[in-house]
Design a protein around this ligand. Structure first.
Ligand SMILES: [Zn+2]
Length: 279
């Protein structure tokens, strides 16, 4: 019998925790780094591996960052069968079995939403359409502003938010709203640009009281399924995000780094999910 590929998940509570792990397994990470370096140079437009979602071998389409040519380790490697990219495949792989009860995901027009909608019984999704809170448009898309959700308190067992928080200038209010809407013992599963090697969250842009946007670094726009111009990225987060979440009242705040050669979750220290619970 041929075994399934190996999946590695390293869970940390803090940067110290994370650094200790890197130090204790230095040789492993050096080997990984060399593998990634060689692969980056030799990768063509596709790469073979095992899709955990399709549960079979597949080919993954590779996209490179147009500015510096680095493979998009998280946002590409789309499986040619299911179409899902690295972080979506990994999310389903790691967390699908944990999606219990009523689930809210802060996206609704994405391949991941469509995949989950077909399989998760009680799933609510939304996009930021800047219409009335909770309003559902003619296409069936619900509007929600993450800093002022229209849901009742204690409504959800799981809240999923992927690559949204970095686009919310007042991300603390967004996290507070998520906490309010979770039921006790409910769980948030979150992803956003998370750079372990920063000393603290990098503020790329901020919004003045007048509403004017000030750029502290060259503007970084991410793909937005409902806006062809994309969304401005305000933050690259780091471990201080965990402290902010704890201060807001979340418990069990953890960052998980996942990696797998066989499942094609690659790159160096950039494949992460955060989890946190409402006490
Ligand atoms: Zn697949």
């Amino acid at each position: 019998m041929i075994g399934l590929p190996r999946l590695e998940i390293v869970t940390s509570e803090s940067k110290d925790d994370y650094l200790r792990e890197r130090q204790e397994h230095k040789a492993k990470y050096q080997k990984r780094s060399r593998y990634i370096e060689v692969l980056s140079k030799n990768l063509t437009t596709s790469h073979k591996g095992f899709c955990a979602v399709c549960r079979r071998r597949s080919t993954f389409d590779v996209t490179r960052n147009p500015a510096h040519g680095t493979p998009l380790w998280r946002e590409s490697f789309n499986c040619q069968r299911c179409g899902l990219n690295t972080r979506m495949r990994a999310f389903i792989h790691i967390y699908l079995s944990d999606l219990k009860g009523r689930v809210y995901i802060t996206e609704q027009v994405t391949p991941l939403y469509r995949w989950l909608h077909a399989r998760v019984a009680d799933l609510e999704g939304s996009e930021f359409l800047a219409s009335a809170p909770g309003e559902v448009n003619q296409e069936g898309i619900r509007n929600e502003d993450l800093t002022s959700l229209s849901f009742a308190s204690n409504s959800f067992d799981r809240i999923l938010s992927f690559e949204v928080l970095e686009h919310v200038p007042d991300f603390r209010s967004a996290l507070a709203e998520i906490l309010r809407c979770l039921r006790p013992a409910g769980k948030l599963i979150l992803s956003a640009p998370f750079l372990w090697n920063l000393s603290e969250t990098l503020v790329r842009a901020s919004v003045l009281e007048s509403g004017e946007i000030v750029h502290h670094l060259p503007p970084d726009y991410h793909g937005n399924p409902i806006d062809p111009k994309g969304s401005l990225c305000y933050y690259y987060f780091s471990f201080d995000l965990l402290d902010v979440m704890r201060e807001l009242g979340f418990a069990n705040v953890l960052v998980h780094e996942y990696w797998s050669k066989g499942y094609v979750y690659l790159g160096m220290a950039n494949q992460t999910y955060l989890t946190a619970e409402k006490p």
